[in-house]
Design a protein around this ligand. Structure first.
Ligand code: SF4
Length: 483
């Protein structure tokens, strides 16, 4: 069983990038709450700020949620009174709306038409304008999350008069969203028309399961059936599964987030009908294919680059080894927004194994470089441990543009590749050579290439309209101003 300590580190090599939110839902199972708990554990790498579960018995919805890891937010025994046949759950990293308790999902509301619970993975680029319109009409928002506006829209008479109010609401949303919307007798699972984030369906003991990643299906021993299609609403009830579309298939322009394959998803998962492990291995092999540098050892920067390092090793024939130990026990209290603390965190999280790297010419494989500051700290630590040459190979292209679809990259000005050439980055990192995976090699490493993938953080070609003024703390800021 995968536990938080063996999942993606809370801090560590990738802590510059926050990705957010994992979803899990199940209908028609006597252990729905417990399986949802497990499904969230399996997806802890998708969010560590908060977690929550709602269950339903056909008549009412109950909720258990809190800040922190799944173990803290949903402690043992807290689900004892929630053994209902329907459950949805959410793990959160906040990109929009901060980490306050009011933003923990599932959001649960008591509306005139009944209870509704909502889980969201993604980012609504038009949340600001939608919310402003409701605030002008006197609506009170309880959270600073972009997701809450969906609940206000669902309560809006304008949409409720439609034959399919949910479909009408979804057609007015812009951006990236996978949703689980719970009513007392059903779960509706939604994927936006671009299919930007993954969402899959499985079956266990005759019950239907929905999850962000297939590793959650594996955790509850569910069999993968298919992905929820872009533009589709799937209804899960105790009786079975229903499906309808809110956007015609022909009108759906797919833009799967390629960063799910590079970094976010668990290597044991298949996302976008693609093996994460094999895609990463292919990216590492592509890096090695045209690389003539002589070296003694290939080492991954743990943990995300392990699969790419295997690919590099297999392609190049250079021995694969371990260059770092990883400390899984560094707590969240160490997250601080200063460079000094970030450097300290890198040292706490990753310690070079002196006897493995001293006197060696190293190929160091990294999944991505964002600000460059933590990468530099890692390279310096290898140098101090006695590495004679350091050749950094990055299994993705330079990140030059921010993500507007839910990934918390720093501002454009903080992205090192936006500010410096590859040679300048090499000098800044203090290494002997630096090679990034090309855009073409990246797409060649996945099966559903070209138009199926969003690559905007590398190319600047945003597949969906963006709000240039968007900031992750937008609603936090507006709340502060109004106080
Ligand atoms: S911009 Fe990058 S991180 Fe954001 S959705 Fe596109 S590929 Fe993913």
């Amino acid at each position: 069983m995968q536990t938080p300590s063996s999942a993606r580190p809370i801090l560590g090599p990738g802590f510059e990038i926050r990705h957010y939110c994992g979803l899990f839902g199940i209908a028609g199972h006597p252990k729905a709450a417990d399986l949802t708990h497990l499904g969230l554990y399996a997806q802890q790498h998708r969010g560590q700020e908060a977690a929550g579960i709602c269950t339903a018995d056909g008549g009412r919805i109950l909720r258990q949620a809190g800040l922190g890891l799944v173990t803290d937010a949903i402690p043992e025994g807290s689900l004892d009174g929630m053994q209902d046949p329907l459950a949805v759950g959410h793990v959160r990293y906040s990109t929009t709306g901060g980490g306050s308790p009011t933003n923990i999902q599932p959001l649960l509301v008591q509306a005139a038409y009944g209870q509704r619970a909502l889980c969201h993975n993604g980012n609504l680029v038009n949340a600001s304008s939608l919310r402003s319109a409701y605030e002008r009409r006197g609506h009170i928002f309880n959270s600073t999350s972009d997701s809450e506006v969906i609940l206000h829209m669902l309560a809006d008479e304008r949409y409720r008069r439609e034959a399919d109010p949910l479909a009408a609401v979804l057609r007015d949303l812009r951006g990236s969203y996978c949703l689980l919307l719970m009513q007392p007798d059903r779960i509706e699972a939604v994927r936006d028309p671009s299919g930007n984030r993954p969402l899959c369906l499985g079956r266990v003991d005759g019950a239907w399961v929905v999850a962000s990643e297939t590793c959650a299906l594996d955790m509850v021993e569910a069999e993968y059936v298919r992905d929820v299609a872009p533009g589709e609403i799937v209804t899960l009830t105790e009786e079975g599964l229903g499906s309808r579309r809110f956007v015609d298939e022909a009108a759906c322009r797919r833009a799967h987030c390629i960063f799910e394959l590079i970094y976010f998803s668990d290597p044991s998962s298949r996302v976008f009908e693609e093996s994460v492990h094999l895609a990463r291995k292919a990216m590492g092999a592509a890096l090695a294919r045209e690389d003539g540098v002589a070296a003694d050892l290939v080492i991954p920067v743990p943990n995300c680059a392990r699969c790419a390092a295997i690919g590099y090793h297999e392609q190049s024939g250079i021995p694969l080894g371990r260059g770092f130990t990883t400390n899984h026990y560094v707590g969240r209290s160490f997250i601080q927004p200063t460079q000094a603390i970030r450097d300290l965190t890198v040292r706490l999280k990753l310690n070079p194994i002196r006897d493995a790297v001293a006197g060696k010419r190293l190929i160091v494989v990294e999944d991505s470089v964002v600000r460059g500051t933590t990468t530099r700290a890692k390279m310096q630590s290898l140098r101090r441990a006695g590495a004679t040459e350091i050749h950094l190979r990055v299994a993705s292209p330079p990140i030059r543009y921010p993500c507007h679809y839910g990934i918390d990259f720093p501002q454009r000005s903080e992205l090192i590749a936006n500010q410096r050439s590859v040679d300048e980055i090499r000098d800044y990192l203090g290494i002997d050579s630096l090679v990034y995976l090309s855009h073409e090699q990246m797409l060649n490493s996945v099966q559903n290439a070209n138009a199926d993938y969003c690559t905007a953080c590398f190319s600047g070609a945003y597949p969906m309209p963006i709000d240039e003024n968007f900031r992750k703390d937008l609603f936090e800021a507006s709340k502060q101003v109004s106080r």
